[in-house]
Design a protein around this ligand. Structure first.
Ligand code: 26Q
Length: 814
């Protein structure tokens, strides 16, 4: 990483105090005597932003001067969270800002909390994009994020009578000081209409798309600061606007209402994020969103390239475009249209360039989450792109036939699924249009080769690679866990901040009682803070000395929160019937949102809340078991929870969690993991060592075999008194009226699709093993330190360097 520049003189707190005061006066119109907390937040943000802009302009000038290859990361989601602490930390201004504000009796820790989360994503995929943006800036990759500026991000969750209620999220309500509107950077986006063949004398005939509807995509830029401010990259989010001329025409012709309706229809494209992360929201608006931001981004990329380099044949030398899942996959067809129809390139050359430019990351193998669109919808909305998809398909089928693939295999790779009413398969489109396709953990990548992309992998065996996910240690250690950061600095020096691999130096201190005690004291303070939050929000009092056993993530059957709740119920029963056993005090903490249309996931939330209410009110288990469901899980809440966890629950049905990234954040902050051999857990086991992670349950292969046998859970349940007892208490109405959860429970007796019954015994036994370790603070503390010390490889800096080298051929600073 770039060596730190000498700190400029103006980085002292007196200079910052003056800059903040000036913002307060001249940008906000208040003086320190009348300013409210919000005003201080805004003034501080604007002062910090000025510092960023200096670096930003310098980074852009350097990019342009060097002509280095740029990486464009196309993602429907960027789950950023708050930006102020990130910016302050990466600019090395933490202490200076603290001092500057304290001169006005303002506490930075308090005003930071007023910044709304930018929640422009659902979960893992969106948060990964945010970590990657930060790591590109930190490792010196000229990175450009492209996405959508949703007016309403991921919904706010409330729990009312134990059930999830969705409320609109309004992050832009008080304006957004981080963004810069670029009115001049606007592109036309078409929908519908017709394709006609144009024949001009002396020229080859060409297709021209005349869209029926045209709207404008306007850019909003947010600077993304890397570590030590060495580089500032740009996140460009598109907002939809009505085309002004249409508006004017209509106004002039007196159709005032018509014009406003038109504007509304245009703007609706970027109004709201779809809150489904695992099953298809097959709405037309979703496809419009996908095309809208894909087309705008590609037009921007081409415009920039032509301005700098004059000629599109060199595009692959200057630009890499990463498709974050299939959501921007229509880009493959749109790039072909732009090259062929707009820039008059021949098909073969255009296809060659397209494949060299694009690469695609797959994030799921769940069949219900693989994106497909009805051909007739596609044709109506994007007629020219549909023609191009057919042409690409014909070419792929030719290549497959030539290489000797049989008919069944060819049907499997076809971009058109002829089976269920003719649908366009976006995964296949992204695959064939890319030179590299990657999975997000070693296991997931192997399963991609064996399952969804089996036949395409056979046809193009060199294309699939693995790039295991990572998370940024700046946000997920330094910023969210300042006490741990201070302790690590005291123990091994500050070098790990520039090079996270140095954190390995802690490993030797795992057996040093003095260090371990300090490490666990930091953990306790973090738990005390979380306990306070739990008390404030839910009026539940929890003992910070109890084991904090945490599962926070989207609610989904495959993630098996249900398994965890059943274990809580079983524990509740067993504690009461066996008071003689040395049970260890636990607080089971849950948080996460269910897709609004996902009935079973909502039932799981309801059950967690029902179980919590009854257990927390029962004096017979008071000191031994509490259950907490924290509403409205988001990035900011995660920043509080990760440092306060003792135990991290990563218990998905093996083979179904592509990677997981929460697993990494917990372990970096010294939580032990109880988990299945799934996603990145497998690689965490390799790095952390089997003594320091608690693995249980069926393997992905065993899950596949059991599913094929259709075994179901009845026999297992009948033979497991503890499991049977827990399910009976749920069914018989210990936590609610009887029958409320019969659907969830019947599923276990029936096919046990998610292997909850099949894995229960192993899970229960492993939890009891954890109780034994918890009884021995030395043993627990040693393992906790090993976790923090051995997680460096899961830094997103490592992921980004691998992408840069193996996929993008892009420069990194170091
Ligand atoms: C698709 C079509 C229509 C509407 C919505 C969607 C949609 C939206 C979001 C489909 C999927 C998602 C998000 C998926 C996701 O977050 N996947 C997670 O990605 C992480 C980063 O790689 C992994 O760590 C997780 O394992 C994976 O579940």
């Amino acid at each position: 990483m770039a060596a730190p520049k000498p700190a400029p003189r103006r980085n002292d707190s007196a200079a910052l105090a003056k800059e903040i005061a000036e913002k307060l006066t001249y940008a906000i119109g208040k003086d320190p005597a009348t300013a409210r907390r919000h005003d201080w937040l805004e003034a501080t943000t604007l002062a910090v932003r000025d510092r960023i802009v200096d670096h930003w302009l310098a980074s852009n000038a350097r990019n342009n001067a060097s002509g280095a290859k740029r990486v464009c990361y196309l993602s429907m989601e960027f789950l950023i969270g708050r930006l102020l602490r990130d910016a302050i930390n990466n600019l090395g201004l933490s202490e200076a800002i603290r001092d500057a504000l304290s001169a006005y009796d303002v506490e930075i820790d308090l005003i930071e909390l007023l910044e709304p989360d930018a929640a422009l994503g659902n979960g893992g995929l969106g948060r990964l994009a945010a970590c990657f943006m930060e790591s590109m800036a930190s490792t010196g990759v000229p990175g450009f994020g492209y996405g959508i500026r949703y007016v309403h991000g991921f919904f706010r969750q409330e729990v009312v009578d134990g059930q999830q209620v969705e409320l609109p999220e309004t992050w832009l309500e008080h304006g957004n000081p981080w963004e810069f509107e670029r009115r001049e950077r606007a592109f036309e986006i078409g929908f519908g209409g017709k394709v006609t063949m144009i024949e001009e004398a002396g020229k080859p005939p060409r297709q021209v798309w005349r869209p029926a509807e045209r709207i404008l995509a306007v850019a909003y830029d947010t600077p993304i600061v890397g570590w030590r401010g060495a580089r500032v990259n740009t996140l460009r989010l598109w907002s939809a606007r009505a085309l002004d001329p249409i508006l004017l025409d209509a106004f002039n012709s007196g159709d005032h209402i018509g014009a406003l309706l038109e504007a509304n229809r245009a703007q609706s494209i970027t109004q709201v994020l779809y809150p489904a992360d695992s099953h298809l929201a097959g709405q037309e608006l979703r496809l419009r969103q996908e095309f809208f931001f894909s087309s705008a981004s590609l037009q921007d990329i081409i415009r920039h390239h032509l301005k700098r380099h004059g000629d599109l044949t060199t595009l692959p030398d200057k630009v890499a475009i990463q498709l974050n899942d299939t959501h921007p996959a229509v880009s493959v067809a749109e790039m072909m249209r732009l090259l062929i129809d707009v820039h008059a390139m021949g098909w073969d050359q255009a296809w060659d360039i397209t494949k060299k430019v694009f690469s695609y990351t797959n994030h799921t193998l769940l069949p219900e989450a693989l994106e497909t669109w009805p051909v007739n919808l596609f044709e109506r909305l994007l007629p020219r792109q549909m023609q191009i998809i057919y042409a690409i398909n014909a070419q792929i089928i030719r290549e497959a036939t030539q290489s000797g693939l049989d008919g069944g295999k060819i049907a499997a790779i076809s971009l058109i699924d002829e089976g269920s009413g003719r649908r366009v398969r976006m995964g296949q489109l992204a695959f064939v249009g890319s030179h590299a396709i990657n999975g997000v953990s070693a296991l997931h990548t192997e399963l991609m080769k064996k399952t969804v992309f089996h036949n395409l992998h056979e046809l193009y065996p060199e294309r699939i690679q693995n790039k295991t996910n990572g998370v940024t240690p700046r946000r997920w250690i330094m910023e969210c866990n300042p006490d741990l950061t201070a302790l690590v600095t005291e123990a091994i020096g500050p070098g790990f901040k520039d090079d996270i691999t140095k954190i390995k130096g802690l490993d030797a201190l795992a057996t040093d009682a003095g260090f371990r005690d300090k490490f666990m004291a930091v953990k306790l303070r973090n738990k005390q803070r979380l306990a306070k939050t739990i008390e404030e929000r839910l009026a539940i009092s929890v003992d910070p000395h109890a084991m904090f056993d945490v599962q926070v993530k989207r609610i989904h059957e495959y993630k098996r929160q249900f398994l965890n709740i059943i274990e809580a119920v079983a524990l509740y029963d067993q504690i009461r019937s066996h008071p003689e056993i040395a049970w260890q005090p636990r607080v089971k903490i849950f948080a996460g949102k269910a897709a609004p249309s996902y009935a079973n996931a909502k039932q799981i939330i309801h059950l967690a809340n029902d179980v919590a209410r009854v257990i927390n009110a029962d004096p017979s288990v008071q000191n031994l078991l509490k259950v907490v469901f924290l509403p409205n899980y988001n990035v900011s809440l995660a920043e509080q929870i990760m440092p306060a966890a003792d135990l991290s629950e990563q218990i998905s049905t093996a083979g179904l969690e592509a990677s997981g990234t929460g697993n990494m954040k917990f372990a970096m902050n010294g939580a032990l993991t109880i988990g299945t051999l799934d996603g990145a857990n497998v690689e965490m086991l390799e790095h952390i060592g089997e003594d320091n992670i608690f693995i249980f349950g069926l393997t992905a292969e065993q899950v596949a075999a059991r599913r094929a046998n259709g075994q179901g859970g009845r026999e297992i349940i009948e033979n497991s008194p503890i499991l049977k007892g827990a399910l009976d208490s749920i069914s018989h109405g210990v936590f609610s009226e009887p029958g409320r959860y019969s659907n969830l429970i019947d599923n276990l007796y029936g096919n046990d699709w998610w292997m909850i019954a099949a894995d229960f015994e192993a899970y229960w036994q492993t939890q009891r093993r954890l109780d034994t370790v918890w009884q021995d603070p030395t043993a627990w503390g040693t393992k906790a330190v090993h976790n923090t010390a051995r997680m460096a490889w899961f830094s997103s800096d490592r992921s980004i360097r691998e992408y840069a080298k193996d996929i993008w051929s892009a420069p990194t600073g170091a």
